[in-house]
Design a protein around this ligand. Structure first.
Ligand code: ATP
Ligand code: MG
Length: 252
């Protein structure tokens, strides 16, 4: 508990609390995210994944219970947390490079620092050649790469990701998973990654929270005891399949 960075304690979220249409979206959820961990949360549609992530981001608040970062109650969005959404949220009028540079610029870093950070993440996502392109000229997968680079360029302590690959085709999605895992291994940014894709959660995560619906609760927390360096072949190994099947059985 002592070294957990992001903690949800007994969190309940009731939408329209006290009204006729009150709806309990999250019930007594406990989550602990330690520094440098890649935590995946998997669960069916409507189990409250986005609700929980929005509360981590400080965009919404628990009806009861508490969410803390470094022991401090979360009272709103903050520069220590970055977010990547399922749909594309790039600034359409800015080039790829300027989208990534946006945060470093706001922080009033020197021109040289801004450029160094931007180049570092352009390389990390493999889009150096597209630095002067506009978002509308990019594929969905490329746009999400830029969104990830833009979030990381802000140097967040925790990166919150809500089904960032949900809209991508299967092939692009696996390539993005590979890139994401490699990025994390290099940077060790603390990540909370939400998905309804069991395979994705097991492939990416160091730990997987399995959620169930109506109301949203944590069914099980699974430490993913798979090799640290992962490639896509891992998905066909018996160890991987065993964990995937176990989560599947929890959800069905
Ligand atoms: N602003 C809101 N007002 C009322 N109910 C809401 C609101 N936002 C979400 N809900 C309800 O809360 C429940 C959880 O929603 P949430 O979006 O967190 O689910 P989710 O797990 O992210 O689903 P998906 O996988 O489809 O994105 C759903 O039943 C939804 O209808
Ligand atoms: Mg959602």
């Amino acid at each position: 508990m002592a070294d957990a960075k992001l903690v949800a304690s007994n969190v309940c979220k009731i939408y329209n609390a006290g009204k006729k249409n009150a709806f309990k979206a999250i019930d007594n959820v406990n989550v602990e995210v330690c520094e440098n961990e890649f935590v995946c949360m998997v669960g069916p549609s409507g189990c409250g994944k986005s609700t929980l992530l929005r509360m981590f981001a400080g965009l919404d608040f628990p009806t009861s219970g508490e969410i803390t970062i470094d022991g401090e109650k979360i009272i709103g969005p903050g520069a220590n947390r970055g977010m990547v959404f399922q749909t594309y949220t790039l600034f359409p009028w800015m080039t790829v490079e300027d989208n990534i540079k946006f945060g470093p610029k706001l922080k009033k870093m020197t021109k040289q620092e801004q450029q160094e950070i931007t180049d570092k993440y352009l390389t990390a996502i493999g889009l150096e050649k597209f630095r002067n392109s506009r978002p509308k000229e990019l594929s969905g997968g490329m746009k999400q790469r830029v969104a990830i680079a833009r979030a990381l360029a802000n140097n967040p302590e925790v990166l919150l990701m809500d089904e960032p690959f949900g809209a991508l085709d299967l092939f692009t999605k696996s390539q993005m998973q590979l890139m994401m895992r490699e990025l994390w291994q290099r940077e060790r940014t603390t990540i909370v990654f939400i998905t309804h894709d069991i395979e994705e959660a097991v492939f990416l995560g160091t730990k997987v929270y399995v959620m169930s619906a109506s109301p949203g609760q944590i069914r099980e927390v699974i430490d993913i005891d798979l090799p640290y360096s992962r490639d896509l072949d891992l998905k066909d190994t018996p160890e991987f399949i065993k964990i995937r099947r176990h989560i599947h059985s929890l959800l069905h």
